[in-house]
Unconditional design. Structure first.
Length: 284
């Protein structure tokens, strides 16, 4: 009778359910921290690497004739990614998969975290030793997982004047981009925080790893290069990279032609976008 009258008090004294003390599935945020400052080269400790260049969202490295790319992060589904039997230890909630795309010259692995965010790692060369490529790719996966579980993920710093400090969606959020992007489109920041897409316009800030192609022209007060690539017209400009002697930071704008192959009309829109965006970048 007393418990019936004091039901609330009696209920409060019941034992709380036991908490699950098992392993916690590893998310990308727990593994990597702030996506915008990850030094992806800190994840790559494999034999034979002779040079490694950290960009804002990846690491480009050379191991003899092979090129190793760690990153970028992705959250979209990829039909080319399939399960495979990775031979090493894997944290709880993490899946290691392989990509069948371009597998005659590349071996690509995907580390997919518990939240669905994916870190791609690929090894490419011009030879025919596919097993050798994939051995290096598996070693790169093991290296990345070792750095993550040991809490040894390095951080990038962006000195004054670096484009790594630029919020890329800010210059896209103005009416000057309506013609190229679409007047009702809204900017969306990429996972790394160093790229943005608004409708048909994409804008990326990174560190240059290959020399830009094509003749230079002035756009938005900067030396720029314009080139066609399938359905895209791309415009880029560079500046010396603070803190990376001999390297240059890259700002790249791309406009997609949704009706097919890009042409002069697409590039006219890309040039107009560059004339609006490039003056908003800090100059060194």
């Amino acid at each position: 009778m007393l418990c019936a009258l004091l039901a609330g008090g009696c209920a409060a004294t019941q034992a709380a359910p036991e908490q699950n003390s098992g392993p916690t599935p590893l998310t990308a945020a727990d593994a990597l921290g702030d996506f915008g400052s990850v030094d992806y080269c800190s994840l790559l400790k494999v034999p034979g690497v002779t040079s490694a260049v950290p960009t804002f969202e990846s690491c480009h490295a050379q191991a003899g004739a092979r090129t190793i790319l760690v990153g970028p992060l992705a959250f979209d589904s990829d039909p080319n990614i399939k399960p495979y039997d990775y031979p090493g230890p894997v944290p709880d909630g993490v899946a290691i998969q392989q990509s069948m795309f371009n597998d005659r010259s590349a071996c690509t692995r995907a580390v997919t975290f518990a939240d669905g965010t994916r870190l791609d790692l690929s090894v490419t060369d011009t030879g025919t030793d596919r097993d050798g490529r994939c051995d290096v790719a598996d070693a790169a996966v093991g290296s990345a997982l070792a750095a993550i579980t040991a809490h040894k993920v390095g951080r990038l710093t962006f000195p004054d004047g670096s484009w790594g400090r630029v919020a890329p969606c800010v210059p896209l959020d103005n009416h000057d981009l309506d013609a190229a992007a679409g007047p009702k489109s809204q900017p969306t920041t990429g996972l790394s925080g160093h790229s943005c897409i608004r409708g048909k316009v994409s804008f990326k800030l990174t560190v240059e790893t290959t020399e830009p192609a094509g003749p230079a022209e002035k756009l938005g007060g900067r030396d720029a290069r314009v080139r066609l690539s399938g359905a895209f017209c791309l415009v880029d400009t560079t500046q010396p990279a603070p803190g990376l002697p001999g390297r240059r930071e890259l700002a790249e704008i791309s406009v997609v032609e949704t009706a097919g192959t890009a042409g002069d009309g697409t590039c006219a829109l890309a040039r107009g976008a560059a004339a609006s965006i490039f003056p908003r970048l800090p100059a060194r």
